[in-house]
Structure formats: C-alpha cells, structure tokens
Design a protein around this ligand. Structure first.
Ligand SMILES: *Cc1c(COP(=O)(O)O)cnc(C)c1O
Length: 459
C-alpha cells in the first residue's frame, strides 16, 4: 500500500516510511492512496475470527511488503496478548438496542492501548531493520503518555521521552507513567502547564538540527498506524453485533478525531457502518467543524480531560475525503484556517451530514448521564464514555447503536466522585500502583534544557 499526503505536495511513502514519519513535509497528514475493498462474503468468513486473527487480516493489506507475514502475526498476537480481557474488545448490552464496546482492557485502561501496543512494536522493528535507534518524544495530559510508554517499554531500539506538566496530572495517570522503570523510559515533569509541554515538543519537531541526529519519532494520533489499528475494533464489534444484517451506528467520544476516523476507514474498506455520532465535551471544535465552521475557541478544562482540545488534528483526513481527495484545494483551506476561521462550502457540509451527527456535552450532563446509566443498568461509565451515551439523542433511533467506552472509570476518579459515587478500584494487577517506586526528572519550562536532556538520553 502507498500513502499520500492530504495536501498533495509531499512524497508518496511506503508503510514503513509512513510509520517512521508522522507529519508529511507539506504539513498534511498521510492517508492510504487506495484502500482494499473487502467483499461481503469475506466479512462473513471473518465473523468467527478472534480479535487478534481478525486484526491480522484487516491490517495486512497496509503492512504487506514491509515485513514477513509471520513477523506481523507475532507482533499482533503480542500486542493484544497484553490485554486483561480474553475477548480484547468485548461488547456489553446497555439497553435493548444500545451496546457498550469496552476498549479499556489494555495495560493503561484506555483505548489508546489498541494503537500504541502495536505502534511501539512496529517502530522497534523498522528501526532494527535500519540498524538505527530512535526516540519517541511526546507531551501528555494523561492517556497518550502512559500508553506510549507501555507500548515501548520492551523496545530495544527505541527510547521514550514523555513530558507531563509537573503536579498537574492525576496521581493515577502520573504513576502509570513514572512507575515503568525500564532503562529506555524517561519521564520529564515540566514546571509549566500542558500547553508548555506541547510547545516544547512542537518546537523540537520543527528544529531539523535536533530531529535528524536524534531520530525523533512522533506517536501522536497523526501517525497513520494508530488509525489503522483502530479500524479493527469497529469491524470486530460490528461483526459480532450484526452490522452485516441491519444498520449500525457508532457513537464515539472524540477529540482529535483519530478514533472515529478509524471507523470511517473501516467503512471505506466496505464494512457496512450506517452512521457515526461524534460526541465532544464543552470543547466542541468537532461539532462546529461538522457544521462547516472551522474556528478556534479558548481551551476549557473539563471532567473528560482526554477530550480537552482546541484544534482537532485528524479532522483534516476527513476533510480530504469530503473535498474529493483534492490535495491542492485542501491545502488552501488549511492555509486559510492557519490564519483565521474558515466556512466550508455547502456540498462538503452536506456530505458530512449524510454520515455524521455531532453533539457537545457539558460536565453537568456528563455527571447526570453517569448517574442515570448506573441506575438503569448497574454500569459505571467513565466521563468520556458518558458523553457518547448522551450523544445517542442525535443518533438515528432505528439503528443498532454501539457506544465506544474509551476509558475505565478508575482512571477518572474526579468525575466519578462528582457524579456522586465513591472511587472505583483499579484492576487487581494494578492495585499496588500507589505504592510502586516512581522515577522522573523535573525540569524547568525551557526548550534548551529539555533538548539537552533528550540528547543525554540518546548518549
Ligand atoms: C484520546 C481519548 C479520546 C479522544 O480520542 P480521539 O482519537 O482524540 O478523538 C476519548 N476518550 C479517551 C478516554 C481518550 O483517551
């Protein structure tokens, strides 16, 4: 499979190159040039496959040519073998026609494990093939950092440097990162806020004199391999819950649009998904974007912090398709957005509306939904998942509805307590998290000192 940029002016890349590259040189994002078309009879044949076997079938057309099939099979089995639930992505019935797709059984209790367990292994393999070492550098306000660390802790060719804002992430989230004591894992607590951390990472990636010698690698959701891994659970759940025989809608707690774009890609491969509902918290960039209004609003701090964003990076991938894959035209739209607000044209908005609905949910409604669902079903939702349950009110009623449960409630105690419940215990294998040894380095909010630290890691 070949990969092209959404802005039409960057080199066409192979899979291994795209995994190692991140952002395209023209500022765009990589997408598959052509997706494989899977026939209905093949979907039916795949209906009986367990998660890892299905994952291999779905992802192999992307990966083919970059490694032997047996190597990829081993990688996928290892990646999903680390999950706590033998079904990997089990579905639970919530009401007569609503199902909860539980994506929080991975090592760090959030859906990001699905992509990062695999991405860490892919990066390690491609670096080994090239005889190189690389360093993953990222900033986190919570879920991404710990998932990236867990995905790379056993890598031999990869160091991980994750910046988090000093004393500004929850204790569970910090400890999920800082108690991983592998030699290649380096946590930096920056004396600043999340934006400061992100600014340091951004500046480092723009600094070619720093990127090239250190082989800097990005694992944020612009990496196409993450989206690829996220196509699989839509298909897995869809096959189990009858998507081949009746219309099915997925409701997705969304921020950077990476998760829901995975579902969109599954649909582009011919998997019958009838509708997507995009749920946001009060940071509603996607709700406005799907109405044709690309604009920025100040960041709000909410009870669903993993959805607190101003600009939704992967939305550009959908816009590319909605503009008939015309990279030149999209480059112009994105250039205009760089300097101000953009109003998308009517035909683009209409085609988006045919497939997507969107709904923003504030903190009060999030807590109310956590309470109502518990009263009606006994399920305690995390706050991100609760937004997607509330957003079902804009989902076509006649469809079978699947809500993506993106995190375990134990990870977000603040919301659970505000909703009126007592704190949820961690899974038993993590019960001693609060007593494990931690290791991290506190650094000032200063680009030069952080870069010096990264260089010392690379030795
Ligand atoms: C990252 C995250 C999201 C948002 O996913 P996107 O791919 O950015 O849209 C939602 N819920 C949780 C728990 C997350 O960690």
């Amino acid at each position: 499979m070949k990969f092209i940029s959404t802005r039409g002016a960057a080199p066409v890349l192979s899979f291994d190159e795209v995994v190692l590259t991140g952002l395209a040189s023209d500022g765009g994002l990589y997408v598959p040039e052509v997706l494989p078309q899977i026939s209905e009879s093949t979907w039916r044949q795949w209906q009986s496959l367990p998660y890892d076997a299905l994952a291999i079938e779905v992802m192999w057309p992307f990966v083919e040519g970059s490694m032997p099939r047996a190597t990829f099979e081993r990688m996928v089995r290892e990646a999903y073998g680390s999950f706590r639930h033998s079904a990997v992505a089990p579905s639970k019935q919530l009401t007569h026609d609503v199902w909860l797709l539980e994506l929080f059984h991975g090592p760090t209790l959030a859906f990001k494990d699905f992509a990062l367990q695999l991405l860490g292994r892919l990066l390690d393999y491609f670096l080994a093939e090239r005889g190189e070492r690389g360093v993953v550098m990222g900033a986190t306000s919570g879920d991404t950092g710990s998932a990236a660390i867990e995905g790379a802790r056993h890598s031999e060719h990869l160091d991980v440097v994750i910046l988090h804002p000093y004393q500004r992430v929850s204790e569970v989230q910090r400890r999920q990162m800082t108690t991983v004591l592998s030699d290649n894992v380096h946590n930096v607590a920056v004396e600043g806020n999340f934006d400061d951390c992100q600014a340091i990472v951004k500046a480092s990636f723009m600094d070619q004199a720093f990127v090239a010698p250190n082989r800097l690698l990005a694992v944020n959701s612009i990496n196409l391999a993450r989206i690829m891994a996220q196509t699989v659970y839509y298909i897995y759940a869809g096959l189990r819950l009858g998507a081949l025989d009746r219309p099915m809608a997925f409701s997705v707690p969304s921020a950077n649009f990476g998760d829901v774009y995975g579902g969109f890609m599954a649909r582009q491969m011919g998997f019958p998904i009838a509708h997507f509902t995009v749920a946001t918290n009060a940071n509603d960039a996607l709700v406005r974007g799907l109405r044709g209004d690309l604009s920025r609003k100040p960041l709000l701090k909410t009870l669903s912090p993993s959805m607190d964003i101003v600009v939704s990076s992967n939305f550009e991938r959908l816009l590319f398709d909605l503009h008939q894959r015309d990279g030149q035209m999209l480059a112009k739209v994105m250039a205009d957005f760089q300097t101000g607000a953009v109003v998308l044209n009517d035909s683009v908005v209409q085609s988006a509306r045919a497939l997507f609905s969107a709904h923003a949910v504030d903190d009060a409604k999030t807590c109310e939904t956590i309470r109502t669902v518990f009263e009606e079903t006994g399920e305690l939702l995390d706050p991100h998942t609760a937004t997607a349950v509330d957003a079902l009110q804009v989902t076509p009623a006649e469809m079978t509805k699947v809500v993506l449960a993106t995190a375990h409630p134990a990870k977000f105690a603040e919301a659970v307590i505000q909703a009126g419940f007592s704190e949820v215990p961690l899974p038993t294998d993590m019960a001693d998290l609060m007593h494990r040894e931690e290791r991290y380095t506190v650094l000032p909010n200063d680009l030069a000192q952080v870069q010096q630290f990264v260089q010392s890691v690379m030795g």
